[in-house]
Ligand binder design. Structure first.
Ligand SMILES: Nc1nc2c(c(=O)[nH]1)N[C@H]1C(S)=C(S)[C@@H](COP(=O)(O)OP(=O)(O)OC[C@H]3O[C@@H](n4cnc5c(=O)[nH]c(N)nc54)[C@H](O)[C@@H]3O)O[C@H]1N2
Ligand SMILES: Nc1nc2c(c(=O)[nH]1)N[C@H]1C(S)=C(S)[C@@H](COP(=O)(O)OP(=O)(O)OC[C@H]3O[C@@H](n4cnc5c(=O)[nH]c(N)nc54)[C@H](O)[C@@H]3O)O[C@H]1N2
Ligand code: SF4
Ligand SMILES: [Mo]
Length: 767
């Protein structure tokens, strides 16, 4: 069963054969992380079929339409296979060039900027797919360490930073996030998530639909709180339409009700809960009556929902992006876990449980039960003065950091799998700012709307040409497992994997130029890591890691020294990458188990139910409620509608619109309008509407639908592929419009720096 770790077989594509072969491949496109069977045939091999891998320990054969689209992605003529650079100076077009030319250009232009203006002059920006590529995630961390710039940005501040901050404050580590025990719970309350379209987020739960069906089949209840009757709400027992941005009020009132009706019963977790009394006082002002109008949910319904939650034999409250991308995002995430804890559902089967991941989890490392906890604000953004959170600054502030002169001004940038010109608010401002940079590089597999502003574009490989181990997602999975998939197809000889590209950027930043040997550099980094983690054993550990190289070697190290690892021979039947790789479909490590108190890394060794940072922010929400009991200040303007986004299973943020199997079918970038609003505004189904916020405006086709609540309209994000310079031929045929061009880059959750992407007021009229 043990593959020979010195054999390269499991780190490179299988030996070529003309016969049909089903290769095991973990899908890198979304957080469900499904195991796929990718069939290749012929010489040279082409992909002839993609299906779910029956018996994958995590996904059990499930896949969605995007999984099939990996073939289109591999074959897409617009996918970059060579670097691009501006050969005739900054206003010349991006043209294909050799890798040596590209690195030479970076070496010529980047080090002088760092030498003259310092490390903060270089901004690093990581986008969503970085989390899905071990080479990007593990080696970007090294690049960031080498550069040492405070100007570190990522999609996290368009997404889940509130969740990470809340978990960090309550449990002591940024990724210690308890998850619904979906196969055993009897009551699942979902706020601001639509896993039927998104396939789950901060929760790796492939086939949510099947698991929700099983929950209801065993007599359990699924309740959804969302301004739209989503695909998930449609399969639920109950749906509460909530006014966007008001979850903090609903949740505050639910916690209030637990105290008022003596429903607080923490049970198992009680010995480790700190701050229950402080909480009672903190939510005193959130009576159901006080919040009902603002939330659009009656006081009676709030009380009943709370009672149902408290009475359920087991229950789990899960909130996702809808609860994060609002100005009270961190407060909302916090109150969700407070509900879980006070109803006795934290750390129990059927409630909320932590994973015990096989590799890379900080809550399995170091001393169990307590730790340093987390802090924010070790530095602040130069212009906006926002606190650093988890080492990052708010991505909505990138443009002003570029525009504003002074010491520490951003003059260069490296984008990695990121497209903030479409995915962040006010992309037009950012696009203009990018053109003012002295130099920028994009690592991307397409020339997207952001890369088109770069001086050099460096492409990554097709996912089918890379090995895969999920670094973050086993820390967020419905079940513990370890899975690895080797490359399906060989990479083109000329094209390096991205971890090597990142090492070459590191060498350039270090002033070592372009002639370095990446393998030597990789060995140096490993030796450096091991000196810190393995001390005197460093040399022995390095030898034991055998023939693995690059990210695979880091995975092997993490697995073997992890909680199920072979300990480099101490536990011979433990995990190593060779062992995991020899088991296509993965190794099951069992259902989630209670982990209190060892999972905690707070200084107190307790679950902090009332962190000072969060208590101090509550008066902001209370003052807002007192001043605007019926509707957000923003929505007071006559006739204003609140705009929200939505996800579609055939789309993925700002990309994958160039793939034929996903692009076909109905137009997806439409504005959902409730029939009452359509009638009032004279909007006809299929006709164009003009959507305006301040000076920004755009036009989108109207889709009249009673799935959105009255007063709310919905337009998906990630569209607007008609900007000059990007090279996405198919996407450009049906470009859609960019929701984010309406949204303000000045609005954040001040605690986490997360952007406000939901519930802003717009004016809508026939175009
Ligand atoms: N209004 C609104 N805006 C939103 C959201 C919302 O809900 N509403 N959602 C936000 C969220 S949650 C997120 S995560 C962000 C996402 O926004 P971004 O982080 O900007 O990510 P994407 O839009 O997914 O773009 C990813 C880019 O990575 C490239 N890519 C794909 N695979 C690879 C690879 O292997 N290597 C490299 N180098 N590049 C690759 C793709 O070509 C694409 O250009 O958008 C946010 N924006
Ligand atoms: N098909 C597809 N899958 C994806 C993605 C994609 O773009 N397409 N993106 C991936 C990424 S990067 C992420 S982060 C995840 C996100 O995964 P999810 O969190 O499941 O994302 P959404 O489907 O956008 O669901 C968010 C829901 O919040 C609702 N909402 C909006 N405002 C509010 C509010 O104020 N309160 C409440 N309670 N609800 C609100 C919206 O109507 C929407 O139904 O999806 C991932 N998976
Ligand atoms: S749900 Fe679809 S996109 Fe997500 S991992 Fe599974 S197959 Fe890939
Ligand atoms: Mo995301």
């Amino acid at each position: 069963m043990h593959a020979d770790p010195s054999s390269p077989a499991s780190a490179s594509a299988a030996a070529p054969t003309a016969a049909a072969v089903d290769h095991y491949r973990i899908c890198p496109l979304c957080e469900a992380c499904c195991g796929l069977a990718v069939r290749t045939e012929g010489l040279p091999a082409t992909v002839t079929r993609i299906s779910g891998w029956a018996g994958d320990v995590l996904s059990d054969g499930y896949l969605c339409p995007k999984g099939y689209a990996l073939k289109d992605l591999h074959d897409d003529p617009d996918r970059l296979r060579t670097p691009l650079m501006r050969k005739q100076g900054r206003n010349s077009p991006l043209e294909p060039c050799s890798w040596e030319q590209a690195f030479a250009e970076i070496d010529r232009r980047l080090p002088p900027i760092l030498a003259e203006h310092g490390r903060d002059a270089l901004a690093l920006v990581a986008g969503n797919p970085s989390a899905h590529k071990m080479g990007l995630l593990l080696y970007f961390a090294r690049l960031a360490r080498t550069v040492g710039s405070k100007n570190l940005f990522s999609a996290s501040t368009l997404d889940q930073m509130p969740k990470q901050l809340q978990a960090g404050l309550m449990y002591g580590h940024w990724v210690s996030i308890p998850l619904p025990d979906i196969t055993r719970t009897q009551f699942l309350l979902v706020l601001g998530a639509n896993p039927l379209a998104s396939n789950g987020s901060m929760w790796t739960v492939p086939d949510f639909r099947g698991k929700a069906k099983a929950l209801r089949a065993r007599g359990g209840t699924l309740v959804v709180v969302d301004p739209r009757r989503t695909e998930t709400a449609a399969v639920a027992d109950a749906h509460h339409a909530i006014r966007p941005g008001t979850d903090v009020f609903l949740l505050g009132a639910m916690v209030h009700t637990l105290f008022a009706e003596r429903l607080v019963k923490p049970g198992h977790a009680l010995p480790w809960l700190s701050g229950v009394d402080a909480l009672r006082d903190a939510v005193a002002g959130f009576t159901p009556e006080a919040v009902a109008q603002r939330c659009g949910i009656s006081a009676a319904a709030i009380r009943q929902l709370t009672r149902d939650l408290a009475a359920a034999p087991s229950a789990a409250v899960y909130g996702r992006i809808g609860t994060c991308t609002q100005t009270y995002g961190t407060l909302a995430c916090w109150l969700i876990d407070v509900l879980n804890a006070l109803t006795g559902n934290l750390d129990v089967p059927g409630g909320m449980l932590w994973t015990k991941a096989a590799a890379f989890a900080s809550n399995t490392a170091g001393k169990p039960g307590s730790g340093r906890g987390v802090a924010t604000g070790r530095h602040r953004s130069r212009v906006g003065r926002s606190p650093e959170v988890f080492g990052e600054l708010p991505i909505v502030q990138l443009a002003q950091e570029i525009e504003t002169p002074g010491a520490g001004q951003v003059r260069a940038a490296i984008f990695m799998a990121a497209n903030p010109v479409l995915s962040a608010p006010n992309g037009a401002r950012l696009a203009a700012a990018l053109d003012r940079l002295d130099f920028s590089v994009s690592l991307d597999i397409y020339c997207n709307e952001t890369a088109s502003h770069a001086d050099v574009v460096l492409p990554g490989l097709s996912p089918l040409e890379e090995g895969h181990y999920d670094v973050p997602f086993p820390q967020l999975s419905w079940r513990n497992s370890a899975r690895y998939s080797p490359p399906v197809l060989p990479a083109p000889a000329e094209q390096p994997p991205e971890w090597q590209t990142l090492l070459r950027l590191i060498a350039i930043v270090q002033g070592r130029g372009t002639a370095v040997d990446v393998q030597t550099l990789d060995d140096e980094w490993l030796a450096d890591d091991l000196r810190r983690s393995a001390g005197d054993n460093a040399a022995a550990v390095q030898a034991a890691l055998g023939a693995w190289r690059g990210p695979e070697r880091l995975v092997d190290l993490a697995l073997r020294s992890g909680p199920y690892g072979d300990g480099f021979g101490q536990r011979p039947d433990g995990l190593s990458l060779a062992r995991v790789a020899a088991t296509p479909g993965g190794i099951d490590l069992g259902a989630l188990q209670p982990r209190l108190p060892e999972v905690l890394r707070t200084p107190s060794g307790m679950v902090e139910l009332a962190p000072a940072l969060l208590l101090a922010d509550l008066p902001r929400a209370l003052a807002d409620l007192a001043a605007h009991p019926a509707a957000a200040a923003d929505a007071d303007a006559a006739g204003a509608l609140l705009i929200i986004g939505r996800r579609d299973v055939r789309s993925n943020n700002s990309w994958m619109h160039n793939l034929p199997t996903l692009a076909k079918g109905p137009q997806r970038c439409t504005l959902l309008v409730h029939p009452l609003d359509a009638q009032r505004l004279g909007l006809a189904d299929g006709a164009l509407a003009r959507i305006a916020r301040g000076a920004a405006q755009l036009q989108a086709p109207v889709q009249i639908s009673d799935t959105v609540m009255p007063g709310v309209v919905s337009l998906p994000h990630g569209w607007g592929h008609d900007l000059a310079g990007s090279r996405l031929a198919l996407a450009g045929q049906r470009p859609g419009v960019n929701l984010n061009s309406l949204l303000d880059d000045g609005l954040t959750d001040p605690l986490s720096g997360n952007a406000v992407l939901s519930g802003l007021a717009v004016q809508v009229q026939p175009a």
